[in-house]
Write a protein that binds this ligand. Structure first.
Ligand code: PNS
Length: 190
């Protein structure tokens, strides 16, 4: 049987533990796995393409059959250019299915020889998404366990003021966001 190369496309803004889990699973079943980061000129990402490439290269350095690249334009055309015969996508919950099905069928229409393969990340990551990680981090909240440590560090560097504000608020009023009956200055709410 010939070698099966797969493409795992996505935005990875930022890469999460769910992405990494899927990359590791993919690397075990495909001979070669290319992680393709979409260069999307329509969206302003939190992390530049260079930052995402660097983070993913660091995170997958131990996986010898994984390569990190970027692409723009149609995913199916990029897949063809790198001789990938499969597209790997993750499905966390039923809610992902509808969008993923639509995308897989559109991609099949565009390129009938390209197969989409769905894999499930570990259930402990079933609620983890880049969007929610960004939202939590932008409010200075903890993302430990949701993203790899290098990503956590990068988020802290990038969102330093938000984390500083959050930490100061926590110090002034531990564990509070109003729910324990205290104001920002620690005074009892009346
Ligand atoms: O991480 P994401 O944002 O869910 O990944 C979506 C991605 C990059 C896989 C998808 O938007 C994509 O393939 N974009 C490239 C343009 C394209 O081929 N569009 C047609 C998809 S049906």
């Amino acid at each position: 049987m010939s070698k099966v190369s797969a493409l795992y496309p996505g935005s990875f803004d930022p890469p999460t533990n769910g992405h990494l889990d899927l990359i590791e699973r993919g690397a075990r079943i495909f001979e070669e796995l290319v992680v393709g980061i979409l260069r999307n000129s329509e969206k302003i990402p939190m992390f530049s393409l260079a930052e995402r490439l660097e983070m993913l290269k660091t995170l997958t350095a131990h996986l010898k059959n994984v390569r990190i690249e970027s692409f723009h334009g149609l995913m199916v055309e990029y897949a063809k250019s790198i001789h990938a015969t499969c597209v790997l996508r993750g499905i966390r919950a039923v809610s992902d299915y509808e969008y993923e099905l639509q995308m897989a069928l559109m991609n099949r229409k565009l390129e009938p020889t390209l197969e989409t393969v769905f894999m499930m990340p570990a259930d402990k990551y079933s609620y983890v998404s880049s969007r929610l990680v960004r939202e939590v981090a932008q409010a200075g909240g903890p993302v430990k366990g949701l993203v790899p440590e290098v990503v956590e560090q990068k988020l802290r560097e990038k969102l330093e003021p938000a984390y500083r504000f959050h930490d100061e608020m926590q110090k002034a009023s531990p564990g509070a966001s109003g729910s324990r009956g205290t104001t920002r200055k620690g005074k009892k709410k009346i």
